[in-house]
Design a protein around this ligand. Structure first.
Ligand code: PMP
Length: 435
């Protein structure tokens, strides 16, 4: 009998006992290349001496102090680093313990903002189909996959969904980038108007769609167009960069590449790089100022916010990324990964699309390339690819339900930023054997 109640108590998992660089090692000594960084978490790989040393030092001096009594040096240092690096006036950092918590905090802050500025009638949130924002009740309500919500209806938040920017699946034949993006912006505008021009709090989107659809990047100036629609109706733009942020795409904030500044950005995963659980919500000046002018404080809080050890680990992660110029490596190795995948799968009929940004790459599997028809969900192809890859000592993050929550399979790759050229080639070799 097992007492650990993880996800599926019936699945028999190997026991991980150690991690070294790109690899995890199980109790039998078998080594696995961690080509998904868990779920796009372990951006510096495993056993990184600098991060371990920072944690050791911080725990020795001060592991934790509650934020109702103290601030701490690592929390201040990390907040300053993130505020400096974040685009526009995203200057105010609120720490949390993970992605879902950060999304919840963003939703509450957006709501509080509109109460503070005298528009409490705004109550709707718009998000996108094919999205994942977390498993707490608020995050679940806005996430795109209806099947995740079904058992827990009714939801506590009223959320509405529009189409994602997912060119491979949703762009019409002959439609240009410009036309496609305009159609999506029009759809958002219509949705806002149908709910009432002054009734919507925020639009929430993953900058690059992660787990649900497999590293789907936006097309052209999608986010600039979306920003303009939001501005027209006073709808706040919240970007969820829990997966795509913190360097994963080759930019510290994925939205930098799109030339758009959200009102709130949410990060986690790569922030603590798996060494400590930490997330953050970063808001812009006008939101922060409105809260200060209004009730004076954000009505939120958790026991572990600003945890000193977690912040110290994240500071070490940030310094490593900067000093080792890892974002450059992410961009170069990302190009290499996509190009080698295209070569390896060039004549593989079941690989329909290869996409992504930086070391955030998705491979979409199909029954047949020309029709793009999905494989039958009964085949559970994603689960079989994962199992075959594990047999070959490779960890990838495949998922089913890519297209509509039920149909479609993809494989998500998110290797650590320290990957060498040989590591990338080895990942592609093992993955093509598995597929
Ligand atoms: N948002 C996105 C985009 C995510 O990918 C995830 C996690 N997969 C979350 C939110 C939730 O984060 P967590 O699992 O840390 O609660």
């Amino acid at each position: 009998m097992t007492h650990v109640f993880h996800r599926n108590p019936r699945s028999k998992l190997p026991m991980a006992v150690a991690g070294e660089g790109m690899e995890l090692i199980d109790q039998d000594g078998k080594r696995y290349i961690d080509a998904s960084g868990g779920a796009a978490v372990s951006c510096l790989g495993h056993g990184h001496p600098r991060v371990i040393e920072a944690i050791r030092k911080q725990v020795g001096e001060l592991a934790y102090a509650h934020t109702s009594f103290f601030t701490t040096a690592p929390a201040e240092e990390l907040a300053a680093m993130l505020a400096d690096a974040a685009p526009g006036s995203l200057n105010h950092v609120y720490f949390l313990s993970g992605g879902s918590e950060a999304v919840e905090a963003a939703l509450k802050l957006a709501r509080q903002y509109y109460v503070e500025v005298g528009q409490p009638q705004r109550r709707h949130i718009i998000a996108r189909r094919q999205s994942y924002h977390g498993n707490t009740l608020g995050a679940l309500a806005i996430g795109g996959n209806a099947w995740r919500r079904e058992m827990f209806m009714p939801m506590l938040i009223e959320a509405h969904h529009v189409s994602p920017c997912y060119a491979y699946r949703n762009r019409a034949d002959g439609e240009s980038d410009v036309q496609y993006v305009q159609r999506l912006a029009d759809e958002l505008e219509q949705k806002i108007l149908s709910l009432g021009a002054d009734q919507v709090i925020a639009f929430v989107a993953e900058t690059v769609v992660g787990a649900t659809a497999g590293a789907v990047p936006p097309v052209g100036d999608y986010f600039r167009k979306i920003r303009a629609v939001c501005d027209k109706y006073g709808v706040l733009l919240i970007l969820d960069e829990v997966m795509s942020g913190m360097g994963r795409t080759g930019y510290l904030f994925a939205c930098e590449e799109d030339g758009v500044v959200p009102d709130i950005v949410v990060i986690a995963k790569g922030l603590g790089a798996g060494y400590q659980p930490i997330g953050a919500m970063i808001c812009s000046d006008h939101i922060y100022d409105a809260v200060l002018r209004g009730s004076g404080f954000f009505q939120h809080g958790h026991t572990y916010i600003g945890h000193a050890t977690a912040c110290a680990a994240a500071v070490a992660v940030q310094k490593t990324i900067q000093e080792e110029r890892l974002l450059e490596n992410v961009r170069q190795r990302g190009e290499q990964l996509r190009s080698e995948l295209r070569q390896a799968f060039g004549d593989q009929a079941h690989v329909g699309d290869i996409r992504g940004r930086g070391l955030f790459v998705g491979v979409e599997l199909v029954a047949e390339r020309s029709s793009k028809l999905p494989l039958s969900p009964d085949l559970r192809t994603h689960a079989r690819v994962k199992a075959e890859a594990m047999k070959r000592g490779l960890l990838v993050y495949p998922m089913g339900g890519t297209i509509d929550g039920k149909n479609g399979d993809h494989i998500l790759l998110a290797p650590p930023f320290i990957a060498s050229s040989n590591d990338i080639s080895e990942i592609v070799q093992r993955l093509s054997d598995a597929v």
